[in-house]
Design a protein around this ligand. Structure first.
Ligand code: ATP
Ligand code: MG
Length: 265
């Protein structure tokens, strides 16, 4: 499904600020895999997503998505197949447009329809149905402006927008980190439901080590631009958070220095 081979990225090469952010990463995801990603600050987690999403190109290596080589594909072209959510709930939606308009825009884009023909009754019904599944009462607020919603509500709608037409790959970069714990839980549950229902291949960066073991079917740990741990199956189901911390220490020869991660409940 997703096949990453020998991926390398160095920022500011040959300067004092040189930073090897991706150090020969190899990763192979099966269709329907839900991979959680943890790691220290600056480990290269977001860089990996930026390379997959096409924010910038890799120095070396190859990225295949569903058999297609996307290594040099333009970002907007990849966006048709790759959904992406960020930590900041303000990213990804148009605040001055209504919930309905935001959803319609996404739907039309994914369906390659011409913009400006308005929202049909059938589409409105679909949006209402999908919003109702979020269980946040937003199906009755379709004419509300996105900017008026709370952070959690916005993240839930952004998630819906990214998956209205199921993407080949969904990238979630700490998308609940800016939310209060109860809302974060709710958005995580919604994430789980949507991903399961549509069997979307998903990668989720999280700073919550317990969530990294509870959600999905596979966990990878990154440090200094490398994948230092990749667990699934029985080894993963038996793993505990203290085990993870111990493994991090063993594989990286240092203590975990992700402050958000250590402070998480
Ligand atoms: N556009 C860029 N230009 C220069 N350096 C960058 C750029 N993007 C990332 N880096 C550097 O590359 C390294 C990896 O950064 P990255 O954002 O991928 O870390 P991360 O694992 O997502 O960390 P965090 O948990 O703090 O979000 C860091 O040292 C960072 O400063
Ligand atoms: Mg990051």
């Amino acid at each position: 499904m997703l096949k990453i081979t020998n991926l390398k990225k160095t920022f500011n090469p040959n300067t004092v600020n040189q930073k090897i952010a991706m150090d020969n990463v190899n990763l192979h995801l099966e269709k329907g895999d839900f991979v959680t990603i943890i790691g220290s600050n600056g480990a290269g987690k977001s860089t990996l997503f930026n390379l997959i999403g096409g924010c910038f190109l890799s120095d070396e290596g190859q990225i295949l998505l569903d058999g297609k080589d996307i290594t040099f594909m333009k970002e907007h072209k990849r966006a048709a197949h790759i959904g992406r959510l960020f930590q900041d709930p303000l990213k990804g939606t148009a605040p001055s447009m209504t919930i309905e308009e935001n959803l319609a825009l996404c739907y039309m884009r994914s369906n390659k329809k011409i913009l400006g023909i308005g929202v049909s009754k059938k589409e409105k019904e679909l949006f209402r149905e999908r919003l109702a599944q979020l269980d946040l009462g937003l199906e009755d607020r379709m004419k509300s402006k996105m900017g008026l919603l709370s952070g959690g509500q916005r993240q839930a709608v952004t998630l819906l927008m990214s998956t209205l037409v199921a993407p080949k790959l969904l990238l979630l970069d700490e998308h609940t980190a800016a939310l209060d714990p109860a809302t974060a839980d709710k958005v995580l549950n919604i994430t789980k439901e949507i991903v399961q229902e549509h069997k979307i291949t998903t990668m989720m960066i999280t700073h919550n080590m317990q969530s990294s073991l509870d959600l999905g079917n596979r966990t990878i740990m990154m440090d200094s631009g490398r994948v230092i741990l990749d667990i699934k199956g029985k080894a993963r189901s038996q793993m505990t958070v203290p085990d993870l911390l111990e493994l991090f220490k063993k594989e990286s020869n240092k203590e975990l220095d992700n402050d958000r991660m250590l402070l998480a409940k």
